[in-house]
Design a protein around this ligand. Structure first.
Ligand SMILES: Cc1cc2nc3c(=O)[nH]c(=O)nc-3n(C[C@H](O)[C@H](O)[C@H](O)COP(=O)(O)O)c2cc1C
Length: 267
């Protein structure tokens, strides 16, 4: 496969001009600044049909879905021939959209075995644009895809409507980083090397309570300091409870901060 250095950004939302698009556009802007050619692709223009799990499993040898699927053919060829991949998913019920999931599952079925994407630089973005819940759990299927396909992903971007302005700036920065890497694929030495690489990435290993704490923390950080001076103090209190072996009390306190933070954010 030729790595032409082009960075492609896949928008995994049916909402063409929504937040996923804005984040991907920002990331591609950063990649463009690093000198890489870029292309934005709306997955909603190429809706992959569900894998039929047909047997015998010939698609792994033919390297094509046995059933006619122009959308999959188009997207998979774009991914196989790019220099770096940015995949943006909207968070739906703490998970990702079907648009992204159908693509991922068919990519596994056809290509996981032959692994043609070894070392491909990749960046995943998940946007939890409602409650903010799922900002990390929405990243996991995307990074599981990168990991299973043996890509070399950089740190993910968990985005919410609360930290959206900061997330756009971060997308640009991470896009620049991925653009700089787009000329070279650096395959892993082996499975262990790859697993440790993914274990070292931030956010993905957070517990559910940890995810809630991250969400509360970033809401508090986006509020003006005079919005509610007790927020930061209460968050420290929640941490103390956790350290004292009271995880339920800690999580309840964190949720209070989250709920009050959302109210303050709306004012
Ligand atoms: C079916 C559905 C489920 C959703 N679930 C969540 C959720 O679990 N957490 C959240 O923060 N937002 C949730 N949202 C809101 C979306 O994440 C939000 O609209 C986001 O901006 C979508 O990206 P887009 O603007 O690119 O379409 C949900 C939206 C839909 C349509």
């Amino acid at each position: 496969m030729s790595a032409n250095g082009k960075v492609i950004g896949l928008v995994g939302s049916p909402n063409r001009e929504g937040r996923t698009n804005q984040l991907i556009t920002a990331a591609l802007g950063g990649a463009g600044r690093s000198g890489a050619p870029t292309e934005l692709i709306q997955i909603s223009d190429h809706v992959v049909t569900a894998c039929k799990d047909c047997l015998p499993w010939v698609c792994k040898d033919n390297l094509a879905c046995t059933y006619e699927d122009d959308a999959f053919e188009f997207l998979s060829q774009k991914i196989l021939n790019c220099g770096a991949l940015i995949l943006g998913a909207p968070v739906y019920w703490w998970d990702i959209s079907g648009l992204v999931k159908y693509l991922i599952l068919k990519m596994f079925r056809v290509y996981a075995f032959s692994a043609p994407l070894q070392g491909l630089p990749a960046l995943g973005i998940a946007i939890a644009g409602g409650t903010g819940n799922g900002l990390v759990s929405g990243l996991r299927p995307v990074y599981h895809f990168f990991q299973m396909m043996q890509m070399r992903a950089i740190e993910p971007l968990p985005a919410t409507r609360f930290n959206f302005e900061d997330a756009l700036k971060r997308a640009e920065k991470l896009g620049e980083e991925i653009g700089e890497k787009a000329q070279h694929r650096i395959p892993f030495k082996g499975l262990e090397d790859r697993l440790l690489w993914y274990d070292a990435l931030p956010y993905l290993g957070l517990s559910r309570a940890g995810e809630r704490r991250l969400l509360s923390d970033l809401i508090v950080k986006t509020l003006p300091p005079d919005a509610e001076p007790t927020f930061a103090f209460n968050l420290a209190l929640a941490d103390e409870m956790a350290a004292a072996g009271k995880p339920l009390d800690s999580l309840i306190e964190t949720t209070h901060i989250y709920e009050a933070g959302v109210k303050a954010f709306k004012r």
